[in-house]
Design a protein around this ligand. Sequence first.
Ligand SMILES: N[C@@H](CCC(=O)N[C@@H](CS)C(=O)NCC(=O)O)C(=O)O
Length: 177
Amino acid sequence: MEQVKLLGFWYSPFSHIVEWALKIKGVNYEYIEEDRNNKSSLLLESNPIHKKIPVLIHNGKPICESLVIVEYIDETFEGPSILPKDPYDRALAPFWAKFLDDKVAVVVNAFLRKAEEHEKAKEEICEMLKILDNDLKDRKLFLANKFGYADMAAVMTQKADVSGGKWTRAITSGFGV
Ligand SMILES: N[C@@H](CCC(=O)N[C@@H](CS)C(=O)NCC(=O)O)C(=O)O
Protein backbone atom coordinates (compact mmCIF):
# COMPACT_ATOMS: atom_id res chain seq x y z
CA MET A 1 0.00 0.00 0.00
CA GLU A 2 1.43 3.40 -1.08
CA GLN A 3 2.15 5.91 1.66
CA VAL A 4 2.15 9.51 0.42
CA LYS A 5 2.65 12.55 2.64
CA LEU A 6 2.87 16.18 1.58
CA LEU A 7 4.47 18.81 3.79
CA GLY A 8 3.17 22.27 2.88
CA PHE A 9 1.89 25.70 3.85
CA TRP A 10 -1.81 26.34 3.16
CA TYR A 11 -0.97 29.62 1.41
CA SER A 12 1.94 28.45 -0.73
CA PRO A 13 1.47 28.21 -4.52
CA PHE A 14 4.38 25.74 -4.45
CA SER A 15 2.33 23.39 -2.22
CA HIS A 16 -0.78 23.96 -4.35
CA ILE A 17 0.89 22.84 -7.59
CA VAL A 18 1.87 19.55 -5.91
CA GLU A 19 -1.68 19.08 -4.60
CA TRP A 20 -3.05 19.60 -8.13
CA ALA A 21 -0.71 16.97 -9.48
CA LEU A 22 -1.79 14.48 -6.78
CA LYS A 23 -5.46 15.25 -7.42
CA ILE A 24 -5.09 14.96 -11.20
CA LYS A 25 -3.65 11.48 -10.64
CA GLY A 26 -6.22 10.61 -7.98
CA VAL A 27 -3.56 9.81 -5.37
CA ASN A 28 -4.63 9.58 -1.73
CA TYR A 29 -2.24 11.54 0.46
CA GLU A 30 -1.83 12.88 3.94
CA TYR A 31 -1.36 16.65 4.01
CA ILE A 32 0.80 17.95 6.87
CA GLU A 33 0.66 21.68 7.52
CA GLU A 34 4.06 23.09 8.49
CA ASP A 35 4.76 26.17 10.57
CA ARG A 36 7.26 28.53 8.88
CA ASN A 37 8.49 29.71 12.31
CA ASN A 38 8.70 26.29 13.90
CA LYS A 39 9.57 23.74 11.21
CA SER A 40 9.02 20.12 12.17
CA SER A 41 11.91 17.70 12.49
CA LEU A 42 10.27 15.74 9.64
CA LEU A 43 10.67 18.77 7.33
CA LEU A 44 14.23 19.52 8.47
CA GLU A 45 15.25 15.89 7.99
CA SER A 46 13.43 15.56 4.66
CA ASN A 47 14.77 18.76 3.09
CA PRO A 48 18.02 19.43 4.98
CA ILE A 49 19.46 21.54 2.13
CA HIS A 50 16.74 24.17 1.62
CA LYS A 51 14.52 23.46 4.67
CA LYS A 52 11.53 24.51 2.54
CA ILE A 53 8.15 23.11 1.67
CA PRO A 54 6.81 21.44 -0.40
CA VAL A 55 8.25 18.02 0.33
CA LEU A 56 6.56 14.87 -0.91
CA ILE A 57 7.37 11.76 1.11
CA HIS A 58 6.58 8.63 -0.87
CA ASN A 59 6.96 5.36 1.03
CA GLY A 60 9.41 7.10 3.38
CA LYS A 61 11.51 8.71 0.60
CA PRO A 62 11.49 12.53 0.43
CA ILE A 63 11.36 14.49 -2.87
CA CYS A 64 11.86 18.27 -2.85
CA GLU A 65 11.23 21.21 -5.25
CA SER A 66 7.69 21.63 -6.53
CA LEU A 67 8.32 21.08 -10.26
CA VAL A 68 10.61 18.12 -9.58
CA ILE A 69 7.85 16.65 -7.39
CA VAL A 70 5.26 17.14 -10.16
CA GLU A 71 7.48 15.26 -12.63
CA TYR A 72 7.97 12.48 -10.07
CA ILE A 73 4.21 12.22 -9.49
CA ASP A 74 3.60 12.12 -13.24
CA GLU A 75 6.04 9.26 -13.73
CA THR A 76 5.13 7.31 -10.61
CA PHE A 77 1.35 7.24 -10.49
CA GLU A 78 -1.30 6.06 -12.95
CA GLY A 79 -3.83 8.56 -14.32
CA PRO A 80 -3.96 11.45 -16.80
CA SER A 81 -0.49 12.53 -17.91
CA ILE A 82 0.76 15.91 -16.80
CA LEU A 83 3.88 16.09 -19.01
CA PRO A 84 3.30 15.58 -22.74
CA LYS A 85 4.14 12.17 -24.24
CA ASP A 86 5.62 13.57 -27.44
CA PRO A 87 9.41 13.98 -26.84
CA TYR A 88 9.57 17.45 -28.43
CA ASP A 89 6.62 18.77 -26.41
CA ARG A 90 8.09 17.00 -23.39
CA ALA A 91 11.24 19.06 -23.81
CA LEU A 92 9.30 22.32 -24.28
CA ALA A 93 7.13 21.92 -21.17
CA PRO A 94 10.03 22.13 -18.64
CA PHE A 95 11.54 24.95 -20.71
CA TRP A 96 8.47 27.13 -20.14
CA ALA A 97 8.03 25.94 -16.57
CA LYS A 98 11.62 26.94 -15.82
CA PHE A 99 11.18 30.29 -17.60
CA LEU A 100 8.13 31.04 -15.44
CA ASP A 101 9.71 29.74 -12.27
CA ASP A 102 13.03 31.62 -12.64
CA LYS A 103 12.00 34.82 -14.30
CA VAL A 104 8.75 35.52 -12.54
CA ALA A 105 9.99 34.69 -9.07
CA VAL A 106 12.81 37.19 -9.55
CA VAL A 107 10.39 39.89 -10.71
CA VAL A 108 7.86 39.25 -7.95
CA ASN A 109 10.60 39.36 -5.35
CA ALA A 110 11.75 42.71 -6.72
CA PHE A 111 8.30 44.12 -5.89
CA LEU A 112 8.64 42.85 -2.38
CA ARG A 113 11.94 44.69 -2.01
CA LYS A 114 13.06 48.32 -2.45
CA ALA A 115 10.85 50.94 -4.13
CA GLU A 116 13.66 51.95 -6.50
CA GLU A 117 13.63 48.43 -7.99
CA HIS A 118 9.93 48.65 -8.93
CA GLU A 119 10.39 50.48 -12.24
CA LYS A 120 12.90 47.89 -13.42
CA ALA A 121 10.61 45.08 -12.26
CA LYS A 122 7.72 46.60 -14.27
CA GLU A 123 9.88 46.66 -17.41
CA GLU A 124 10.90 43.04 -16.85
CA ILE A 125 7.26 42.00 -16.39
CA CYS A 126 6.24 43.72 -19.65
CA GLU A 127 9.12 42.04 -21.45
CA MET A 128 8.16 38.64 -20.02
CA LEU A 129 4.46 39.06 -20.89
CA LYS A 130 5.45 39.99 -24.47
CA ILE A 131 7.46 36.79 -24.73
CA LEU A 132 4.51 34.76 -23.38
CA ASP A 133 1.97 36.52 -25.63
CA ASN A 134 4.19 35.91 -28.62
CA ASP A 135 4.41 32.20 -27.86
CA LEU A 136 0.81 31.67 -26.83
CA LYS A 137 -0.75 33.82 -29.59
CA ASP A 138 -4.43 32.75 -29.58
CA ARG A 139 -3.90 29.59 -27.56
CA LYS A 140 -5.07 29.40 -23.97
CA LEU A 141 -2.69 26.61 -23.02
CA PHE A 142 1.02 26.09 -23.61
CA LEU A 143 1.08 22.73 -25.37
CA ALA A 144 -1.18 20.56 -27.48
CA ASN A 145 -4.31 22.30 -26.22
CA LYS A 146 -4.12 20.17 -23.11
CA PHE A 147 -3.68 21.52 -19.61
CA GLY A 148 -0.33 20.34 -18.29
CA TYR A 149 3.00 20.95 -16.65
CA ALA A 150 3.87 24.38 -18.11
CA ASP A 151 0.31 25.62 -17.46
CA MET A 152 0.61 24.49 -13.85
CA ALA A 153 3.83 26.48 -13.49
CA ALA A 154 2.05 29.45 -15.07
CA VAL A 155 -0.83 29.28 -12.61
CA MET A 156 1.61 28.95 -9.74
CA THR A 157 3.18 32.15 -11.03
CA GLN A 158 -0.16 33.81 -11.48
CA LYS A 159 -1.06 33.06 -7.88
CA ALA A 160 1.87 35.28 -7.01
CA ASP A 161 -0.18 38.09 -8.65
CA VAL A 162 1.75 38.66 -11.82
CA SER A 163 -0.47 38.03 -14.76
CA GLY A 164 -3.94 37.80 -16.33
CA GLY A 165 -6.63 35.10 -16.10
CA LYS A 166 -5.87 32.87 -19.09
CA TRP A 167 -4.59 29.84 -17.23
CA THR A 168 -6.98 29.93 -14.29
CA ARG A 169 -9.91 29.65 -16.70
CA ALA A 170 -8.16 26.75 -18.36
CA ILE A 171 -7.87 24.92 -15.05
CA THR A 172 -11.50 25.19 -14.12
CA SER A 173 -12.55 23.91 -17.55
CA GLY A 174 -9.65 21.43 -17.78
CA PHE A 175 -9.40 18.83 -15.08
CA GLY A 176 -12.12 20.20 -12.80
CA VAL A 177 -9.66 20.09 -9.92
N1 LIG B 1 11.74 26.48 -5.58
C1 LIG B 1 11.01 25.95 -4.45
C2 LIG B 1 10.44 27.10 -3.65
C3 LIG B 1 9.77 26.62 -2.36
C4 LIG B 1 9.54 27.78 -1.39
O1 LIG B 1 9.95 28.93 -1.65
N2 LIG B 1 8.91 27.45 -0.26
C5 LIG B 1 8.67 28.45 0.74
C6 LIG B 1 7.17 28.61 0.99
S1 LIG B 1 6.34 29.39 -0.36
C7 LIG B 1 9.26 28.00 2.08
O2 LIG B 1 9.20 26.85 2.45
N3 LIG B 1 9.81 28.95 2.83
C8 LIG B 1 10.30 28.68 4.16
C9 LIG B 1 11.57 29.40 4.42
O3 LIG B 1 12.08 30.07 3.50
O4 LIG B 1 12.04 29.31 5.55
C10 LIG B 1 9.92 25.03 -4.99
O5 LIG B 1 9.48 25.22 -6.14
O6 LIG B 1 9.54 24.08 -4.29
